[in-house]
Design a protein around this ligand. Structure first.
Ligand SMILES: [Fe+2]
Length: 203
């Protein structure tokens, strides 16, 4: 008997590694540190012990290159998921500087289609992984007696950060970041992206 498998309602995470990451990240790291020097208090959201900038990178010319890459990646993903061809993508982005001991609590991003993170500087794997929680809430009602997790039975999945890598995922997918147990800051840019149909009053 052959058993066939079908994946229903999969949760997707998209990723890419930028070829020019060394020079690109050197510029971004300098910009991130400049921002923190100008606004040492930053804002407080889901970050524990870390510094977070306000959601303003999309308005800053000096971050134009990363803003463009975020939008281009999301355009490709939206196209692969048959979003209307005339949608306009709008995003908000911010810098995270997470020193040793910092982490991010489990959370999701409401009111956006895509969320993501781009890694500028870190020491892996001790700097902590991003982890995603199974969004199938009912699956937690009765767990299976397994010997090893699969994509189907996992309650959480960790993805290791890497300098120059971007992860993009649906805003509804709960995620967090483990404690930075390395001896250096973990620096990243996070973002939310909204797809607005052309002609919409919020476009
Ligand atoms: Fe997040």
């Amino acid at each position: 008997m052959e058993i066939e498998t079908q994946a229903l309602f999969p949760s997707l995470v998209w990723t890419t590694l930028f070829d020019d990451r060394v020079s690109f990240n050197a510029k971004l790291l300098e910009l991130a540190e400049q921002m923190r020097r100008k606004d040492p208090n930053g804002v407080s959201n889901t970050n524990v012990k870390g510094w977070q900038s306000p959601n303003i990178l999309q308005n800053l010319e000096e971050f134009g290159d990363i803003n463009l890459r975020i939008l281009q990646a999301c355009e490709r993903i939206a196209e692969s998921q048959h979003y209307q061809p005339n949608v306009v993508l709008r995003h908000q982005a911010w810098v995270n500087i997470s020193p040793p001991g910092a982490s991010n609590k489990l959370h999701y991003h409401a009111n956006c289609h895509f969320s993501g993170v781009y890694y500028i500087s870190l020491k892996a794997p001790e700097c902590g992984s991003i982890f995603f929680r199974d969004p199938r809430v009912a699956s937690r009602m009765f767990t299976a007696p397994i010997t090893r997790q699969t994509d189907f039975t996992a309650e959480e999945v960790r993805m290791r950060p890497e300098e120059g890598r971007i992860y993009i995922f649906p805003g509804w997918l709960e995620h967090g970041v483990e404690e930075n147990k390395s001896d250096q800051d973990r620096v990243s840019i996070s973002f939310n992206v909204l797809a607005i149909p052309q002609g919409s009053p919020i476009g």
